[in-house]
Design a protein around this ligand. Sequence first.
Ligand code: SAM
Length: 456
Amino acid sequence: MPTLPAALLKQLTAAPGFDEPAFVAVHAAAQPPVSVRLHPKKSTDEIAAHLPITAPVLWAKHGRYLSERPVFSLDPLWHAGAYYVQEASSMAIELAWQHVPQLLPIKVLDLCAAPGGKSTHLLSLMKPEDVLVTNEVISSRVNILLENITRWGNANVLVTNNDPKDFGQLDGLFDVLLIDAPCSGSGLFRRDPEAIQEWSEDNVALCWQRQQRIIADAWNALSPGGIFIYTTCSFSPDEDETVVDWVHQQFDVESLAVAIPESSGIVTSLSEATQHPCYRFYPNLVKGEGFFMAVFRKKSAAEAATLSGAKQKAYRTIKVAQPPSDIARWVKEEADVQWYMHKEVWYAMPTNTFDTFAQLQNILKVRKAGVCVGEMMHQQLQPDHALAMSDCINGNIRRIELSLTEALKFLRKEAIDVEAEKGWHLVCFQQVPLGWIKHLGNRCNNYYPKEWRLRM
Ligand code: SAM
C-alpha cells in the first residue's frame, strides 16, 4: 500500500473523529471487509445460507458481511440478482430513509447512479407504487447500470442518460433526490491503492466545484418538502461538510439528523458554518470503507427559477396499448401494469411509472422504462431476459431447475441438454430465475443475453 498523501492527512487533522495513527494503520494492514446486500424477495434464508455470511451490517436490513470474497461471477445467484456485492458503508443511505414519507407513492431520483449499488438499494426500500429514476451522465457507464437494474428486476424504474442540468427542467417532480457525487475517492484507497497516486489537492478542488454544480443544476427537480441525500466516498472536508454549508447558503433547507445504530463506529460531524449533522465513516472505526453522508429537507422552491433558467417543456403523453391475452399472460395477473408497445417490443410497468415515463420521455434520454416483456417475432412473443429477472413475471410460466454445472453452462451461453416439452421455459437455480431457453424437441436454444455471457 503506497503512503497516504500527507496533504490529505493534513486536511483531516481537525475533522471530528479523525485518529491519524489508527487511520494510517488500517490502510497499511487491513483488508477491506467483504459485504453483500441481499435481494429482499429473491434471497430466501436457504439462498443466504449459500454465502459465507458472518454478521449483519448494522445500518442495512439486508446487508451482510462475508468471511471471504467468493468468486461471485461463478455463483449463478449473483447473475440472477439474488444479491448485490456492495461495500457496507455505502449501505448507510438506508439510515436516511427514516425521513422519507411512507404513505403516499413517491418519486425518487438517483442522479449519479452507475454502476447501480445505491439504486438497487433504493428499489429495495421503495414501495411498488413508487418510481425510481436512475440516471448516469457518462454514456459508457449506462450499460452497467442497465445490467444491474435489470438483474434486480423491479418494474418501477426508469433508467436515463442525462446531464444533471436536464433535470433542472422538471419542476419539483421528485420527493427524494440522492446525489452520490463523483469525488476524489480517498474513501476507497484500501480497495484501490493505485488511486492514492492519483489523489491531489487540485483534484479535490475540481471535485467540490463539480459537486456544487451538480447540486445546483438538479435542485429544481426536488419538490419543496423533499429529501436531499448527499453522499461522497471522499474524506476531504471541502467535498463534504463545506459543500453541506454551501447548500445552506444557496438554498432554503433544513438539516436532518439520522439515528445512528449504537456501536456502529459512525462519527457525527457538525459542519462548521451551519452545524448541520453529517456522518463520517472512517475504516478504522466502521466495518466498511470511507464514506460521507448528509441529509436535508428542501423548505421552499423560491430559488428554483433562477437556478436552472430552463423553460418547462410541454409534456406529450404516450399511448397505453392493450396486449392480446397470449401476450398479457406472461405477466402476473395481479400486477397493476400499463402496457406499451414500441417497434414490435412490449413493455409493462406500474401505472405511476408509466405516467412518469410519459412525462419524461420527451425531455430525457430514457434508456429503460419498466420491464421489457418481449418482442413480437413471427406473431409470437419472444420473451426478454428482463422479464425473466423481473418481479412481474407470471408465476405459471414453466420452470426448469438447473444444477450448478448446468447453470454455469447456461450463463456461458453454451448448449444445455434438458428434457422438457417444446417451447419456452424459465431456467432457474435454487428456484431463482436465470433466463430463457426454448426447447425445440431435439435440442434447446439458450437465450441468455450474449453481452452478459460468463466468460470464465
Ligand atoms: N451511486 C453509484 C453506486 O452506488 O453504484 C456510484 C456513483 S459514483 C460515486 C459517481 C457517478 O457520477 C459515476 O457513475 C460518474 O460517472 C458520475 N459522474 C461523473 N461526472 C458527473 C457529472 N458531472 N455529473 C453527474 N454525474 C457524474
